[in-house]
Design a protein around this ligand. Structure first.
Ligand SMILES: Nc1nc2c(c(=O)[nH]1)N[C@H]1C(S)=C(S)[C@@H](COP(=O)(O)O)O[C@H]1N2
Ligand SMILES: [Mo]
Length: 366
């Protein structure tokens, strides 16, 4: 150790020094993949800039996986290359490797601003797909070669130092990438802290129409449309589309988890005014639930909901059907999937709505 010369040699010496024992590499890969799935999924719910450490952790862990995978592949190389050593579980191992490389390569390509579409999936969605597939694959792969970790594999101080180095190197590598993106002026340079890329321009045509999973309702007839405001209010009301065009304007940023964002001027009615039109509230700690014609729904705590907008216009134009006409929720600092489109009901409730997490995934299916 520590005998190579030149930059590459010294780098390899440094890598040798932090290389964990084989069993620790395997268990770390498993733990890192699970941590990636958790940080990735939780990051979908984060829309405020203070949430940036979660995104950095996801990136540092990802780069850590590259190092762990390199160590692991160096070790099992011969077993993979020699058909005589293949077992039934080798197919699973290779599949797991493919998913890992798929998740890593799409993640890296995304960071550098590559934005090709595979049918209607963005590259980031493909990344998510690989990542989610990887979790059961790694779990199954681990059971085919199950070996309990031993004390010596995770000797406490060395382990802590190793992982600190690994994550710090990951974060530093990610930081370097920003310089490269800026210097080359790639599309990756303009990503938000969430990783989303900008969509420029004003109005309906400036940003994509996105459904979270399967929502695709028929256009709503504007004349017969009514918005119900009910629940824990003293005087439930029904409002027409014209009554929702109250002239309130707000600039807000829509950031979709499929990887794009847009800043638009939205026009409509403040939800606080909508609630006031329905009389007294029976509960001050309530939630306001926004329900789509498709059943899709999301709730906001009442104070936040009051400042949100039910929008009938975007960028000076009447909202198009695809973007949620006659009215859609504009919830600043929330991720796009929470901005319910085609809202037909605003309901004041006393309880948090756990079911919304499932409903947003299954609404739109027959
Ligand atoms: N009813 C309903 N509202 C919805 C969705 C949906 O599938 N159904 N998709 C959400 C998602 S994932 C995003 S990013 C935004 C996209 O809004 P846009 O189509 O106007 O760009 O709408 C949200 N509102
Ligand atoms: Mo989205």
């Amino acid at each position: 150790m520590g005998t190579r010369s030149g930059i590459a040699g010294r780098l390899r010496d440094a890598l040798d020094r932090v290389e964990p024992p084989p069993r620790a590499v395997d268990w770390s890969l498993f733990a890192f993949v699970v941590a990636e799935a958790v940080t990735g999924l939780v990051s979908f719910t984060v829309g405020v800039p203070e949430g940036w450490p979660l995104f950095w952790l996801h990136r540092a862990l990802g780069i850590g996986i590259i190092a762990l995978l390199a160590w692991k592949l160096a070790r099992v190389r011969r077993r993979l290359a020699d058909p005589d050593l293949w077992r039934r579980s080798t197919a699973l191992s290779v599949l797991t490797l493919v998913a890992a490389l798929g998740a890593l390569s799409t993640g890296i390509a995304w960071v550098f601003g590559l934005d090709m579409r595979l049918s209607y999936w963005t590259l980031l969605s493909v990344h998510v797909g690989f990542g989610l597939a990887l979790v059961p694959l790694v779990a199954a792969h681990a059971t085919t070669r199950f070996r309990l970790p031993r004390r010596v594999d995770f000797e406490r101080r060395r382990t802590a130092v190793r992982y600190a180095v690994l994550l710090a190197a990951g974060a530093a590598t990610y930081r370097l990438q920003q310089g490269v993106n800026d210097a080359l002026d790639t599309a990756g340079a303009d990503r938000r802290f969430t990783g989303s890329q900008p969509r420029e321009g004003d109005g309906n045509g400036a940003f994509p129409i996105t459904s979270w999973v399967a929502d695709d309702p028929d256009p709503i007839d504007r004349e017969s449309y009514r918005l119900a405001v009910d629940g824990l209010v003293s005087d439930p009301v029904e409002l027409t589309a014209d009554e929702l065009a109250a002239g309130h304007e707000t600039e807000a940023l829509l950031d979709c988890t499929s990887g794009w964002y847009t800043v638009q001027e939205w026009g409509g009615i403040r939800v606080g005014d909508l609630l006031d039109a329905a009389g007294e509230l029976d509960d001050d700690d309530a939630y306001v639930r926004f329900v789509s014609v498709t059943g899709y729904r999301w709730s906001l705590p009442i104070d936040e909901a009051r400042d949100a907008l039910l929008a009938t216009r975007v960028g000076g134009e009447r909202l198009s059907h695809g973007h949620g006409a006659p009215a859609r929720l504009v919830a600043p600092d929330r991720r796009g999937f929470q901005w319910v489109k085609w809202v037909t009901r605003v309901e004041v409730r006393s309880e948090y709505d756990l079911g919304q997490w499932v409903v947003t995934l299954v609404s739109g299916f027959e």
